[in-house]
Design a binder for this molecule. Structure first.
Ligand SMILES: [Zn+2]
Length: 384
C-alpha cells in the first residue's frame, strides 16, 4: 500500500487499530450481500430482464460469489465487533447473518410470474462493485486532492442518488423512451436514417458522440443560464468535494430533461442498437471518470476530449470558471461557443455560489420547488 493510499484510509477516520476499516468493509459487503440474496429470491421482481439469461448460465459462479461475500463480511464484522468492540462491526455481522438467512436456500418463495415491472437491484450491486473496484484504487493512487477523505462529506447522499438511479432503471427508461417512441411514431420517416444505418458501427459511434454532445452542450448551457432550470442543476453543483460518486448527484427533473432531449437525435437519426449501447456504456463511464478525484492532465488530449481537469473547472466556484466548460465530451463546442476555461493550474474549490443547498437527499429533491411553494403560500396568505 502506498503512502497516499494509506493516508487516504487514515483520512476517512477508519483508523487502523480501531476496527473501523473492517467494520466499513463488513457493513458494505453485508448490505450488498442482502441485496444480492434478495435478487436470488425474487429474480423476476428485482433483476433486469436483459441480464437474467446471463445469471441462469453462470448461476453457480454468482451464488458462490454471494457466499464468499457473506463469509468475508462476517469475518470482518466478527473481528471488528468482538476484538475491537466496534458497534459498526456488529451491524456488519448482523447484515451478514441476514444475508445468510436470505441466501442459504432454506427460504422458499413462491415463483412469481414474469412481471411487467422490475427493480434493478442486480444492476445496482454489479455496477457499484465494478465502479468501486476501478475508482477507489485509481483515486487512492492518483488523487488530485490527497487530503480528501474516501468517505467525504455528502457521500451517503450521493450513494442514495446512485442507488435510486440504478434500482429505478426501468422507471427512468420508461419516462425517457416512452414519450419519444410515441412522438416518433407520429412523424414521417426521416430520409437520413438509411444512410446512417449503412455505415459501420464504429462510424455511427463517433457520429453519436458528435451529435449527442452538441445537444447536451445546449441542454447543459440552458440548465445553467435559465433560472428555473438552474435550480435543478444546482443540486449537481452543490458537491464541494469531487470524486467518482459525485457524478451521481442529479435531480430527477434534470435527469429526465437531459435524457429526453439527448435521446431524441439517437432515435430520430436511427442509429444501430449496437452503436447506441456502445455509446451509452462509454459515455456513462466517461461521465464518472471526469468527476473523479484524479490528477491526470492528458497534455494533448485535454484539448480534444473532456478530461477530469476540464470538468473539474466546470464545477469550480472560482469566478472566472463559472458557467464555463459545458461540453460532456468534446471541448471544441466550448471553443466554438466561447465558453472554454482551461488555465494552467488545476481547480481546487467547488460548489455553488450564493445558494445554501441542503445536504440530505430528500431536502435536495424538494429544494428547487421551494421558491415556488413559498410564493404560492404567500399568495394564499394574502388572499385569505
Ligand atoms: Zn453544470
Amino acid at each position: 500500500m502506498t503512502d497516499q493510499l494509506r493516508k487516504k484510509f487514515e483520512n476517512i477516520e477508519l483508523n487502523a487499530g480501531k476496527g473501523k476499516i473492517s467494520a466499513f468493509l463488513s457493513v458494505s459487503l453485508g448490505l450488498l450481500a442482502i441485496f444480492s440474496a434478495l435478487c436470488f429470491l425474487f429474480p423476476s421482481l428485482l433483476t433486469t430482464p436483459e441480464l437474467r439469461p446471463f445469471y441462469s448460465k453462470y448461476y453457480d459462479i454468482f451464488y458462490y460469489a454471494l457466499l464468499i461475500g457473506i463469509f468475508i463480511s462476517a469475518c470482518f464484522g466478527a473481528y471488528s465487533a468482538i476484538l475491537k468492540q466496534n458497534k459498526y462491526g456488529f451491524y456488519g455481522l448482523c447484515f451478514s447473518i441476514i444475508a445468510v438467512v436470505l441466501g442459504c436456500g432454506l427460504i422458499k418463495t413462491p415463483t412469481l410470474p414474469t412481471l411487467p415491472f422490475y427493480a434493478g437491484f442486480d444492476y445496482f450491486v454489479i455496477t457499484l462493485i465494478i465502479l468501486a473496484l476501478v475508482f477507489i484504487p485509481l483515486e487512492g493512487f492518483f488523487a488530485k486532492n490527497n487530503e480528501q477523505k474516501l468517505l467525504r462529506t455528502g457521500w451517503v447522499t450521493d450513494m442514495k442518488y446512485f442507488m435510486f438511479s440504478h434500482i429505478g432503471i426501468q422507471l427512468f427508461s420508461f419516462l425517457t423512451v416512452m414519450p419519444i417512441q410515441y412522438w416518433i411514431t407520429h412523424i414521417p420517416n426521416n430520409p437520413v436514417v438509411p444512410y446512417i444505418q449503412m455505415q459501420p458501427i464504429w462510424l455511427q459511434f463517433i457520429e453519436l458522440l458528435v451529435v449527442v454532445d452538441f445537444t447536451t452542450y445546449w441542454i447543459h448551457r440552458a440548465l445553467h443560464e435559465i433560472n428555473f432550470l438552474w435550480r435543478f442543476h444546482a443540486i449537481h453543483h452543490s458537491t464541494e468535494q469531487m470524486d467518482w460518486l459525485a457524478s451521481s448527484r442529479l435531480h430527477i427533473v434534470e435527469v429526465l430533461i437531459t435524457r429526453l432531449i439527448a435521446t431524441l437525435p439517437i432515435f430520430l437519426l436511427g442509429f444501430h442498437t449496437s452503436a447506441v449501447f456502445a455509446y451509452l456504456i462509454f459515455i456513462s463511464f466517461h461521465a464518472i471518470f471526469i468527476h473523479s478525484n484524479v490528477r491526470f492532465r492528458f497534455p494533448y488530449l485535454r484539448w480534444i476530449i473532456a478530461t477530469p481537469e476540464f470538468h473539474h473547472w466546470h464545477h469550480s466556484s472560482e469566478k472566472p470558471a463559472i458557467d464555463k466548460n459545458y461540453a460532456a465530451f468534446i471541448p471544441l463546442y466550448d471553443v466554438i461557443f466561447k465558453t472554454l476555461y482551461m488555465p494552467n493550474h488545476l481547480a481546487s474549490i467547488y460548489g455553488t455560489v450564493g445558494y445554501k443547498i441542503p445536504n440530505s437527499f430528500i431536502k435536495q429533491f424538494t429544494w428547487p420547488f421551494k421558491k415556488y411553494i413559498n410564493k404560492l403560500k404567500n399568495k394564499l396568505k394574502r388572499n385569505t
